[in-house]
Write a protein that binds this ligand. Structure first.
Ligand code: NAD
Length: 493
């Protein structure tokens, strides 16, 4: 080949590469607009029986999700990004309606906060989270990539059904996985409604059907069938102690977002007004359904009265001893004849996530519609302190010292290693509590949601993996790390 032909060839190759990188610079015409998708609308799949990801049994749902996983892999990062964007967009666009539907089905929590939670799905991390780790040296280059598992089995709670499901899809699909859900039976209709909407849009935009599947009528049997299915490579459960135990016994690797009972410590260096406002905002959120929500407060004796006065100034309603006793009898079920002194009270499900007015009625007190939270002084062994009660009522316990407060907080947290909060300007107190509690989230001088990026730095997720240690879940949580090594003298400097 002559030098002139050689030069011409190189010029053409360089122009072609530049054209791919920047069509305008290379003088090439911009790429044609993507043709409109004419995929047929997904129909009930004859072999699996699913319609827009909603299935009657675990087996066909897992089969369909496995096929979707293969198609997602073929679609590359672009398909993942598109699917994730659809979920974020639809969650926000339907927040008001889906929030109302979820509240109507579950009858727990508050509409304004159910809407807010769905609007917040847009902040859940997506494909941008998956940056590979690379190193280069005298012996070549090594790339560690975050790659998908395949099909994930996910269990969601009654407390935030569509938000957990939506956040899980964003994280899991961004990481390249497909997912099959077994929702809480009391929140499964709204979950199936969201799944239908997501799949319909994802199939229309990407041609991938059944990327996120659900079992329409979930049961313990469908949970077991899901765990046992050969396509399920990983489990992600979000719920209380029962489901965490069941998942860990399944024989599959399980990422467990378990229960919490977050204690709050307030010392004499804190700003009482700020602490009171933060405590009310957190404990009142969605009628205290959040696993990270403030559930009991330990206040130094010297500032306890001031803190409670600030809580009253900011709209919380204080119950007296007789009112507290009436509420306790209604809000917990006790063994025959043992009354409020029973060491193992069980939360009365009829009161979980109910409005403050319902609790106030049981306590025999009138409150206005605007009341967000009730509170009362209790001792550290009170059922409202010991149990994860999920009601807009907060027990306040006086402690004589920070040491006593930390010890009581450790006991109330039950070693769930979930969330704890301190209001203090003393760094030594902060460090002592952080060390003793050793919780996944530890928030200083803020409300609980600051731990998930609302008023604090960070990002949200509705699955905070506590006993299994992955922390606030994100796309990387749902990946395998694979190393790709190229041996050569590749350094250019
Ligand atoms: P739940 O434990 O009653 O139910 C959670 C899910 O597990 C549901 O889908 C339910 O059907 C299933 N389940 C329950 N027991 C099971 C068993 N033995 N075998 C198989 N499946 C089972 O919890 P809930 O009332 O829906 O939600 C509230 C609980 O979830 C609280 O304890 C809360 O702290 C916790 N939670 C934790 C997180 C987190 O990120 N760590 C987030 C939300 C809720």
């Amino acid at each position: 080949m002559s030098a002139a032909i050689n030069e011409q060839l190189i010029r053409e190759v360089v122009e072609e590469i530049l054209g791919r990188l920047d069509p305008a610079k290379a003088g090439a015409p911009p790429p044609a607009a993507k043709p409109e998708c004419h995929c047929p609308k997904p129909q009930a799949n004859a072999s699996t029986g699913g319609l827009f990801g909603v299935f009657q049994e675990a087996g066909p749902a897992c089969e369909a999700a496995a096929a979707a996983f293969v198609k997602l892999r073929q679609g590359g990062m672009a398909a993942r990004h598109k699917a994730v964007t659809i979920v974020k967009t639809l969650a926000e666009a339907n927040a008001t309606e889906w929030g109302r539907i979820e509240l109507e089905e579950t009858k727990i929590g508050r509409l304004d906060h159910k809407i807010e939670k769905l609007q917040g799905i847009k902040n859940v991390p997506g494909v941008e989270w998956l940056r590979p780790d690379a190193r280069s040296g005298d012996h070549g280059i090594t790339l560690e990539e975050y790659t998908p598992f395949g099909v994930i089995g996910a269990i969601t709670p009654s407390t935030h059904s569509i938000p957990t499901l939506s956040g899980n899809i964003v994280n899991m699909v961004a990481a390249g996985n497909a997912v099959v859900f077994n929702a809480h039976p009391a929140a499964s209709r709204c979950a199936a409604l969201a799944i239908r909407a997501y799949n319909e849009a994802i199939a229309r935009e990407t041609g991938i059907e059944n990327l996120c599947c659900i079992i329409e009528h979930p049961t313990l049997e469908s949970f077991k069938a899901l765990c046992a299915n050969e396509h399920i490579r990983l489990l992600c459960v979000t719920g209380g102690p029962g489901v965490v135990k069941a998942a860990m016994q399944s024989g599959k690797r399980a990422i467990c977002a378990g229960p919490g009972n977050p204690p709050v410590l307030v010392d004499d260096t804190a700003c009482m007004k700020r602490a009171a406002r933060a405590i009310i905002a957190g404990a009142a959120y969605d009628n205290n359904l959040l696993c990270i929500g403030e559930k009991e407060v330990f206040a130094l004796d010297s500032i306890a009265d001031k803190l409670m006065a600030e809580m009253e100034n900011n709209g919380a309603v204080r119950l007296n001893a007789a009112q507290l006793e009436r509420l306790t009898k209604a809000a917990f079920v006790f063994k025959e004849g043992q009354g409020a002194g029973c060491p193992e009270p069980v939360v009365n499900k009829d009161f979980i996530g109910k409005d403050p007015s319902v609790l106030a009625q049981a306590a025999g007190v009138n409150v206005t519609e605007k009341t967000q939270l009730l509170f009362a002084e209790t001792d550290a062994r009170h059922p409202f302190v010991v149990e994860e009660q999920m009601m807009p009522f907060l027990p306040i316990v006086r402690v004589k010292s920070v040491e006593e407060g930390i010890a009581a907080a450790v006991e109330a947290e039950h070693n769930y290693k979930h969330t704890s909060i301190i209001h203090s300007h003393d760094v030594e107190h902060m460090t002592a509590m952080a060390r003793a509690l050793d919780t996944t989230l530890f928030i200083k001088n803020g409300w609980c949601m600051a731990g998930l990026g609302a008023g604090g730095e960070g990002y949200p997720s509705f699955s905070i993996a506590t006993p299994t240690g992955e922390g606030v879940t994100n796309p990387r949580t749902f990946t395998r790390v694979r190393r790709c090594v190229m041996v050569d003298n590749l350094r250019i400097y």
